[in-house]
Ligand binder design. Sequence first.
Ligand code: SPV
Ligand code: MN
Length: 603
Amino acid sequence: MLTQSKFDKIVSPEDLRKITALNNEKLNAFIADAISLCQPRDLFICTDSPADHAHIRKMALETGDEFPLATPGHTCHFDGYRDQARDPAHTAYLLEPGQTLGKNIKSIDRTAGLKEVRSYLKGSYRNRTMIICFWCLGPTDSPFSISAVQITDSPYVAHSESILCRPGYDQFKNLDGSSDFFAFLHASGPLDSHHCSTETDKRRIYIDLDDETVYTVNTQYAGNSVGLKKLALRLAIHRASSENWLAEHMFVMGAHGPNGRVTYFTGAFPSACGKTSTAMLPHQTIVGDDIAYIRNIDGRARTVNVEHGIFGIIRSVNPDDDPEIYRALTTPAEVIFTNVLVSDGKPYWTGMKAELPQTGENHSGDWHTGKLDSDGKPVPPSHRNARYTVRLSELPNRDPHTDDPAGVPLSGIIYGGRDSDTLVPVEQAYNWTEGIILKGASIESQTTAATLGKEGVRKFNIMSNMDFVAIPLGRYVENNLDFGHSLQSPPAIFSTNYFLQNENGDFLNGKLDKTVWLLWAELRVHNDVPAINTPTGLIPRYEDLVPLFADKLNKDYTESDYTKQFTIRIPQLLEKYHRVENIYRTTVADTPRIVFDTFKHTR
Ligand code: SPV
Ligand code: MN
């Protein structure tokens, strides 16, 4: 129990008042345990005043976790050289003996896992301030809202959350003592002179599903440390599965069709496969770029963005391909750049279509062209997973319903992926069941820089959510199927592939062509255009794409391009479904029968 006398030197009367105002025993116990385990010098409790949020940013600058850049509001943070991505190998669910999540999901014994992670957390805040923040997942005071508490010793983590999340202190008061919140305890571990975590071999991300608590240590990379992103997604998937709603790795956006019509889509894409750039397409409106909750409200699917900011990949963001993002990153506003190259107070990154300086500072320390790392590998000017963090409210293309407590009506779902030779650029599923099974549950994607490990390998990635699914995969598929069937009229489902290549390795599409695929899907949702039947779904007619290319991209679309892009590659498709079916058959013990029946039906 949290009392002032027990932590006399640490918990000031003011701190105690802020915590006891929330009148929540589970919260008190969580904070008291974190204090005695991590042993901070003092506390900073954020109660969401503008001054509190400004103080978090100030702490990040004072400690050196971030440093200012030349443009007002811009700061930069470096994660350690070996702390640049999510770490699935050291991310695990803590389970009681006898519990299992199946072969594809890493879990460890709860008692042993807690003992291990607590040993790394012990004393880890010495001489540091414990920052305690309260956030709300989804819009506040809505049927979607979930309250969360984050404890961290990293002002950068708290600052990221203050940009990415909706404030939640006041909402915590409404919990009225219940245990209905997610809890995150993070410690950076020992730091080097650049404020980067050094003991990455002891990096651990352990998720306690029963307690809805996540412990994360010896890392600062946001995908491992920022509770409200992927850590909360895992807890939400677990919770959603018992409440018949969906927590998905999806953008939410308004697609702007004819005559001012706005049709809302969600899109699930593996990391670095065009998810943010789709949500930020010119002339469309963004609700969110990463995580969506979807609920059945009076028989209709409605969805919200869990966050209210973007933690986006900066590589290749340039004024031609991503004009909206580029503008946001070159205008004064509160933006954190991570793992970019900095020279003379300016951030640089690969693919920005500007000349990069030969020297500067980056995630490796002082950098110069030709620098090699300790393994003899060239150090690129900016990391492939370098990112920016910005509030959606800074963007002129933010959808006006972003914070609507009722969410937006969901009419279409897009499942993306990265494949050079199999799927056509866009295809609609015949119905919800086939969409979930043949599109979402069959996603394979060539790997990218967002997780550690080799790039370019074709990997099964169910609903682009593989890294985050916290329940057995069969149950997850079933939950998706059931959700759609509980609706009066489920959203239409589409697959997209932006990465088709010819035999020379050239991409068959321009980067903005995705506008056309999205707007064709928008027309299909309203049955405005017919489509061509194929064994796995419905593809566009040439004549329906030509005006979209002309009107939206000012581009001629030739029949020869159409033929190359939309030829059904039957051998590759058969191989794909064979590979995926085999994964379900051999590794997913609880695969629903309908999955196998549906694969059989495609042959
Ligand atoms: C992703 O990789 O899908 C991201 C960034 O959105 S992370 O926070 O690392 O998950
Ligand atoms: Mn993501």
